[in-house]
Design a protein around this ligand. Sequence first.
Ligand SMILES: Cc1cc2nc3c(=O)[nH]c(=O)nc-3n(C[C@H](O)[C@H](O)[C@H](O)COP(=O)(O)OP(=O)(O)OC[C@H]3O[C@@H](n4cnc5c(N)ncnc54)[C@H](O)[C@@H]3O)c2cc1C
Ligand code: FES
Ligand code: FES
Length: 495
Amino acid sequence: MNPQSANGFWLNDSFIEFNGNLNMTLLDFLRYSQNLRGTKIGCREGDCGACVVIQGKFSNGNIKYQQIVSCLTPMGNVIGTHILTIEGINLPNQLTLPQKSLMETGGTQCGFCTVGFIISLTAYCMNANEFNRENAIKAIDGNICRCTGYKSIIRAIDIINSKLQEIDLNHRLEQLVQANVIPISVIKVAKQMERISPPSTNSNASTVVGGGTDLFVMKRLEMLDKDARYILPLSMSEEKIIERDGNIVVHGSTTVTEFVESPLIQQTIPNIKKIAKLISSTPIRNIATIAGNFVNASPIGDLSILFLALDAVLEIKGQEGIRQVPLKDFFLQYRKVDLKKNETIQYVSFKKKNPWHLNFEKISKRTHLDIASVNSAMSLEIEGDTIKEIHLSVGGVKEIPLYLSRTNQFLAGKKIDQNTIIQALEQIQNEIKPISDIRGNELYKRSLASNLFISHLMELSVLDDKNQIVQIIPQSIKISEIHHSRQANGGKANA
Ligand SMILES: Cc1cc2nc3c(=O)[nH]c(=O)nc-3n(C[C@H](O)[C@H](O)[C@H](O)COP(=O)(O)OP(=O)(O)OC[C@H]3O[C@@H](n4cnc5c(N)ncnc54)[C@H](O)[C@@H]3O)c2cc1C
Ligand code: FES
Ligand code: FES
């Protein structure tokens, strides 16, 4: 056993020296190299949760254990961490608390999903700040069960929570051993974790891998032949989100979970947790990076839309040095971005405000874990009844995530009244160019783009200098009338 080994990691209670292909998925490694068949293969696209395992890694000096999808996690992102599978969770002579609770409530029927649920619920016990139904349900938002109808799983959650109320979170792992949630071997490994090094990968390799949640859905087999550069583990020891010269600076390899859980981000974007609930699922957010979402350049990329409304700027590093690119100029054409070969997004930064008045909306067929038909974000700063600064972005209405430059320009400095809003709706309609596709026809998307702008206005309220809430839309404006006149006009803005 050599915890100093260049490419090594802990798997349950054993240290593994890994000299294989770093682009192999963890799921394949577990099942076909280690014969650990408890972790199931379902969709291989991050959607079903059959393959989830727990990953422990250092974050701000502490080990954090959280659930990840093994089907999209390459071995390059496993090196230097601790992986727990169902085989490593099992207790020698009895069921664990999540296992027993699911069994007692009929929370398992065909059983195919059960390992995934046990893993996610165990990760919840290892991770939650508070043991309650809401947090536990969030922890299983990436797990699908086709048999139980979920009610029995929720009853199991209630049993788990009732047994954990007295836990002292300062000695969590020890107490979880006492409560039969995890075996003692987890603590033994956790104590040795600091000694594992991150992987040595080729720093000149052309393919940058973040969390792999896009790359390993689209190119899993192709990746096996690629020379890849892993940026997620290398940045494990860095402070990823800092305040510098009045800006919030976020490392490109920051995961969605790291971003949402950062106290600095929560202070500056107070509704960030509510926003994040609409983005993928817990096991995806735990690995998906912010820069990966930008480079993926999906016209409906949620983080791209969100950061456009933060007026974010990218710091891109390449062989010729470092350059700054506003995010609104980064998207060139469909899935084409302003990034040269060998360039990496090092940081994304945006102005520090106390706080940002930011709203995010996403319209999709399901509320959670779905792709948007149209999404939109808007930040707003007003002075009196005049707009001082505004950044509105909309996704799904053009071939790129769209920053509405002309609408934003039109609105800046304008008094907020009915006339301004009607003219802004007209600007929005002129600036977007949606196409009819599987997620909705052109008219539907046009209508959504306008309606989401109205939703932003309704959601965003501001504090005045006496800390009184001031509704930014004066009472005299009848939003419903604007809606109705637009609908009567076939969704066109010039009502
Ligand atoms: C089940 C599932 C649900 C999802 N739900 C959502 C959702 O709700 N909303 C949403 O917006 N997206 C969603 N996604 C898409 C995906 O999770 C995001 O786009 C994610 O942010 C991609 O990040 P990553 O680190 O995993 O990217 P990767 O797959 O690692 O990389 C994606 C691309 O970015 C490049 N890249 C990564 N990091 C850098 C960098 N620092 N510099 C330069 N290039 C880089 C890679 O080379 C690659 O071309 C979902 C994906 C899955 C599988
Ligand atoms: S196999 Fe479905 S999420 Fe991994
Ligand atoms: S018990 Fe059959 S899928 Fe959940």
